[in-house]
Each structure stands twice: as structure tokens, then as C-alpha cells.
Design a protein around this ligand. Structure first.
Ligand code: FE2
Ligand code: FE2
Length: 190
């Protein structure tokens, strides 16, 4: 089966109603899709994987079920093993090897996209003028977006082989075109 972004969106929205979860999926998709294009990889597959990485979170909100109990559903819907394995590998508690570029990229973008989103929510122009320096500063404040695992942000960039500032700049750039859809203020809305 050829994987398409549209089909993944259809699967995601059938299982996910929460706007916050949909925004998270879209933010991670933007970042992972940006890297797919940058690296000349299969953008549809990478985008679909990112969209679906938390697709079962609404029905499986605990780590004894997410994402492992979602995997059989993805297989039933015909998604290829490469996508399913990559979805599984984003979960630290499953200790699966992140042995492909897609797995490394998904892991590196997951927590960081959420953190950048949180940074944008407290700025008058969202992420339009957000710079890596201020993201790094906020990463050092444990009370800010406390749910974001800092160690995973740092390790993600390391596993990608990228300097943290460079990775942050890439993810900000990737998310800017969809800032409005993510509920962030933009110059147009100011
Ligand atoms: Fe997850
Ligand atoms: Fe996630």
C-alpha cells in the first residue's frame, strides 16, 4: 500500500477529537515533513508517520497502552511495517532501537515541537520572531511547560547529529507556515 498523508489524517481524525492532540500531530508533522524534504526522503511516508505517532492517545492515554496497543490497529488499516515500527519507536518506555533516519527524526521532533508551541503561546507574535536562544533559555526553566521531557529534547538533537540550536531553528521554520492552524498568533492576526 502507498502511504499518503491524507489517509493518515483520515485515520487520525477518526480516532482523535481533541484539538490539542490534533495540533500536536500537525506540529510534529510539519517538523518531520520539513526534514523529509531537506534530506530527500519519502515525504508522504514521513508526514503520515508523524501524524499517526499519537493517534491512539485519546483511547490509550497511559503508557501501559500507548502506543503499543495502537500498533495492531494501524496494521489492520494497512499501514506498512516501516510506519508502525517508527510510531512504536517514539516511546521511550518500549526501548526500541531508533535505527533509521525517520525514527531519529520523529523522536527529535516530538517533544521539541510541543515545547516550541508552548513558547509561541506566551509571545505576542507567536513563533514569528522566536529564536533558538530564547527556546534554550526556557528549556532551563523547569516550571515552564513542565510536561516536556528536557532530556528527550537534548537526546533527540544528539541522535540526529545536529547542534541543538540548528535543530530548534529548523523546527521553528517548519512550524511557521502553519502557526495560525496551531492556534498561535501571527503578524496577520495581530
Ligand atoms: Fe506518544
Ligand atoms: Fe507526541
Amino acid at each position: 500500500m502507498e502511504v499518503s498523508r491524507e489517509q493518515a489524517w483520515e485515520t487520525l481524525t477518526r480516532h482523535t477529537k481533541s484539538e490539542a492532540l490534533l495540533r500536536h500531530a500537525l506540529a510534529v508533522e510539519a517538523a518531520v515533513g520539513w526534514y523529509a524534504r531537506e534530506l530527500g526522503e519519502d515525504e508522504e511516508l514521513w508526514r503520515a508517520t508523524a501524524l499517526l505517532h499519537d493517534f491512539d492517545y485519546e483511547m490509550h492515554p497511559t503508557l501501559d497502552k500507548h502506543p503499543q496497543d495502537g500498533a495492531p490497529i494501524l496494521r489492520e488499516e494497512g499501514y506498512p511495517e516501516e510506519l508502525v515500527e517508527s510510531v512504536l519507536s517514539h516511546a521511550e518506555h518500549l526501548s526500541m532501537p531508533r535505527d533509521t533516519k525517520l525514527k531519529k527524526t520523529l523522536f527529535a521532533c516530538d517533544e521539541l515541537a510541543g515545547f516550541i508551541h508552548a513558547c509561541g503561546l506566551v509571545r505576542p507574535d507567536g513563533i514569528e520572531t522566536l529564536e533558538p536562544k530564547s527556546v534554550r533559555k526556557k528549556l532551563k526553566q523547569p516550571s515552564f511547560a513542565a510536561g516536556v521531557h528536557r532530556d528527550e529534547v537534548y537526546r533527540g538533537a544528539e541522535e540526529l547529529g545536529l547542534d541543538l540550536d540548528e535543530h530548534i531553528a529548523n523546527v521553528i521554520q517548519a512550524m511557521r507556515p502553519i502557526a495560525g492552524r496551531l492556534g498561535l498568533r501571527t503578524a496577520a492576526s495581530a
